[in-house]
Design a protein around this ligand. Structure first.
Ligand code: TRH
Length: 394
């Protein structure tokens, strides 16, 4: 097949939205970075345009094909059987082992040279990841090899998604009082709320939110809790004594709870950068909280047989060092331990360790930067596979 040597590399990224926003959140971030920083021609195949639109309001949910921010977005439904070798990208990524259309795979096998094929896996701090990162897996019938690519926290993994300008943007924003005030004003915060201890709250419905709200309400320090619409609905509307819709706000005791609209991804970063503490969940908001270099508490996505508790502990083992409250509060938040002395004592200790926790957040962020960013690491690995493939063909 004739290939124009000057044409940009093409890449197809397949995303199935299993649940919530993390799947498309991560794929959209990866697609933008590949396009904007590496000049790759990306086609993002996604099966749920409605979830996508919440993160990226430009998405038209009725469009089968659209171009957004330089990325070809295709609605992935039942397109099997319609692919030819010329439709196949140079690099193919299936996200979280989603099964890409069999017709696409068959067309991949007919390409000469064959594309590089990755399964981009989910993030975990467990040690086995290092042994599985970049492992090949041969297709049982076709002459194709897929490689596993694991994000991670060590140099022997693929690292974490991190845009090249992110560090500069974050530092500029965090040192610019006027920019922060402008941003928080735009979210409707009053001067009192801006001056309070600001805590963003993003978690799954089973988190013990009511316990924490109670502690903050009864505390001496003014706390402003910023919660996206739809999150912890039951506990939040009970506190507000009204539906937890965007714009709803109420102060009781030392605590003000304010419901925010779901904001675009870049603004969500700014929210994390503006807060003193961030409760985050899943995968993408968890990683963004780490890049914010601010204290955070992770609510892990629940799995059968409490498998997620193992993953949570693996992360805390790397992250918490010897700061006990940095382990005990997240364990209780995730139901992996009991708050034996109550939430008030847990919170008091977490606050008392504030300075150490802040320093740890910065040190960890610096350490993670040293692993390189996932997108560049993935392309480097793709280049190495292509070089090996071409050498074998000579
Ligand atoms: O939404 P999540 O729970 O997503 C996922 C999925 O459940 C997925 O199936 C699972 O595999 C994964 O978690 C572990 O949490 P996450 O990963 O943090 O994704 C949320 C995305 O939404 C992230 O990209 C940040 C973005 N976001 C905004 O853009 N604006 C907002 O206002 C908020 C609250 C989040």
């Amino acid at each position: 097949m004739f290939q124009n040597p000057h044409a940009p590399r093409s890449l197809a990224l397949f995303c199935k939205v299993v649940d919530n926003y993390g799947d498309i959140g991560i794929c959209w971030r990866l697609a933008r970075q590949l396009t904007h920083e590496h000049g790759v021609a990306v086609t993002l195949w996604v099966d749920d345009l409605h979830s996508f639109q919440r993160l990226c309001p430009e998405i038209r949910t009725e469009s089968e094909e659209q171009n957004v921010a330089g990325i070809a977005v295709r609605h992935w439904r039942d397109q099997d059987g319609v692919f030819a070798p010329q439709d196949i990208a140079d690099i193919v990524i299936e996200f979280f082992a989603c099964d890409i259309p069999p017709g696409y795979i068959e067309a991949m096998a007919q390409c000469e040279p064959r594309p590089v094929w990755f399964n981009l896996e989910g993030l975990t701090a467990e040690e086995w990841v290092e042994g599985c990162h970049t492992l090949p897996s041969s297709h049982p019938q076709l002459p194709l090899t897929k490689h596993f690519f694991f994000p991670g926290f060590t140099p022997r993994t693929g690292g974490l998604l991190h845009e090249s300008g992110l560090e500069h943007e974050r530092a500029a924003f965090q040192s610019d009082t006027a920019a922060r005030q402008h941003f928080l004003d735009g979210l409707g915060l009053t001067a009192e709320e801006r001056a309070a201890q600001k805590i963003s709250l993003f978690c799954y419905p089973h988190a013990p939110v009511a316990d924490l709200l109670h502690v903050w309400q009864a505390g001496d320090t003014p706390v402003c809790c910023l919660v996206p619409e739809g999150v912890a609905k039951k506990a939040i509307s009970a506190f507000l004594e009204m539906p937890a819709t965007a714009g709803a706000v109420r102060t009781r005791g030392a605590l003000t709870v304010r419901v925010l609209p779901f904001i675009p991804q870049p603004d969500y970063d700014r929210l994390l950068w503006s807060c003193d503490l961030n409760f985050v969940r899943g995968e993408d908001s968890w990683v963004r909280a780490q890049w914010a270099a601010r204290p955070f508490v992770w609510h892990i996505y629940p799995q059968d047989e409490n498998l997620h508790h193992k993953k949570l502990k693996a992360f805390l083992q790397r992250y918490a060092e010897n700061i006990e409250s940095l382990t005990s509060l997240p364990l209780c938040w995730n139901g992996a331990a009991q708050a034996a002395d109550g939430w008030s004592a847990l919170w008091r200790q977490f606050n008392a360790d504030g300075e150490k926790i802040m320093q740890r957040a910065s040190a960890w962020q610096q350490q993670m930067l040293e692993n390189g960013d996932l997108t560049s690491n993935l392309l480097k690995f793709a280049d190495a596979l292509v070089a090996e493939r071409d050498k074998n063909q000579v």
